[in-house]
Every structure is written in structure tokens, then in C-alpha cells.
Design a protein around this ligand. Structure first.
Ligand SMILES: Cc1cc2nc3c(=O)[nH]c(=O)nc-3n(C[C@H](O)[C@H](O)[C@H](O)COP(=O)(O)O)c2cc1C
Length: 207
């Protein structure tokens, strides 16, 4: 039997709650624009909260558990309450932006038993240039694997030349949008599957 996502069994079935994180603090960020577009596209099917990572301090292992900073506690509680995450990050130096990696490092503790363990996650990457994004996406996948998050199976979403595809803070390129929506559909499907699995388990336990 696969292991249920952490906290899933305790959570009642209801509207799908998603947390979106980009790792870009830039006003006018392309990755934030993609998340805002998806929030609108999927409104009614999922509530996608765009989580502000600016207040999250640098990770420090001296401050774990009850000693976590309040901003970190709030972020971890929000992840725990959510059904899944949508990560859309710019590629920075062929990898994950530090702001996002820092948030994931906090959220990944305690190791293998954190709010990230079993959490369904859709991943996407953007780049200003014609080639970037793939390495960031791959590094996201590796980091998420290490914390036992469930990266959903979908065709890769890599939005290159993002500046040409985003207008007025929204992703307007039809092809890129279709790929991003495909990853969202995969995420919602994964969440639905887990809800059905948990309902069946509860029914078995009761019977
Ligand atoms: C520190 C830094 C490193 C970057 N490294 C890369 C890179 O490795 N590959 C790439 O395609 N773009 C790189 N870029 C360009 C970013 O993809 C681009 O600035 C992007 O628009 C930033 O994301 P945002 O629009 O969400 O803020 C880098 C930008 C910065 C500031």
C-alpha cells in the first residue's frame, strides 16, 4: 500500500487548496505571472494561494521544531493545510532560486516526516532566455524527491523566452499555457486519487 500524504487522512474532503511558490521576489516576475494566470484559470476548481516568501529568514538548524521563526511556522502550517503545491521558478545560475530552496529546506524538516513528505507537487520553470529552465526543473525534482514529496507526472513545463509570452502580468502564449494547465490537471488528478484512496481506507477501517 502506498503511504498517504502527511495530514491527508485527517483533512476533510472539500475544495482543493493549493499553495503557489515561485522563488522570485521581483515585482513583474514572470514566474509569479504564470502562477497568477493559473490561479485565475482554475478558480472554482482550486483555490491557489500565491505564498509570499519574502519574510522567510535564511534556514538555520539551531531553530527547528518549536524554535522555528513565526514566519516559518506559518508557512509550514499553510503547506500542511494545503492539498498540494504549485512551484513555478525562474532558473538562477542553472539551478533553483535560493529563496525557493530556502523555503523548501525549512519545510523539509524533520527529515522524511515533514509536511512535504507525500505532498503532491506540480513543478514548472521559466527563463528569460531561449534555453534556460530545464536545469532548474531537474534540480527542483531532485530536491523534492529527497524530501519524499510526490512530484506529479506530467509533461515538462519549461517556459523559455518568458518575456515574449507574458503580457500585463499574465501568461498569454497558448502553447505554454496548455503545458502549464496540463501539469495543473495532473496535480488535481493526483489529489483526487488520494482523496478516493483515503475514503476507501476509512470505509475499510469502519467496516
Ligand atoms: C542571479 C540570476 C541568475 C540567473 N541565471 C539564469 C540561468 O542560469 N538560466 C537562465 O535561463 N536565466 C537565468 N537568469 C535570468 C532569469 O531567468 C530571469 O531574470 C527571470 O526573468 C527571473 O525570473 P522572474 O521573472 O520570475 O523574476 C538569471 C537571473 C538572475 C538574477
Amino acid at each position: 500500500m502506498p503511504e498517504a500524504p502527511s495530514g491527508e487522512r485527517a483533512r476533510e474532503a472539500g475544495p482543493v487548496r493549493l499553495i503557489g511558490m515561485s522563488g522570485s521576489l521581483r515585482s513583474g516576475s514572470y514566474s509569479n505571472a504564470v502562477l497568477a494566470t493559473l490561479r485565475e484559470k482554475f478558480a472554482g476548481r482550486a483555490a491557489l494561494e500565491l505564498y509570499d516568501l519574502a519574510p522567510i529568514p535564511p534556514y538555520n538548524q539551531d531553530f527547528e521544531g518549536d524554535r522555528r521563526p513565526p514566519e516559518v511556522k506559518a508557512m509550514i502550517a499553510a503547506i500542511a493545510r494545503s492539498d498540494g503545491l504549485v512551484l513555478c521558478a525562474p532558473e538562477f545560475n542553472h539551478s533553483i532560486p535560493g529563496v525557493l530552496k530556502n523555503a523548501l529546506d525549512w519545510a523539509s524538516r524533520p527529515a522524511f516526516a515533514s509536511v512535504m513528505a507525500g505532498k503532491p507537487v506540480a513543478i514548472m520553470a521559466t527563463s528569460h532566455g531561449p534555453l534556460g529552465g530545464a536545469r532548474c526543473l531537474e534540480h527542483m525534482r531532485v530536491a523534492l524527491d529527497s524530501m519524499l514529496a510526490r512530484v506529479v507526472l506530467a509533461r515538462e513545463v519549461i517556459i523559455t523566452r518568458a518575456g515574449d509570452k507574458i503580457r500585463d502580468g499574465r501568461l498569454v502564449d497558448e502553447v505554454s499555457l496548455a503545458f502549464a494547465c496540463g501539469a495543473m490537471e495532473a496535480l488535481l488528478r493526483e489529489i483526487r486519487l488520494w482523496r478516493e484512496f483515503n475514503r476507501a481506507e476509512e470505509w475499510n477501517d469502519a467496516g
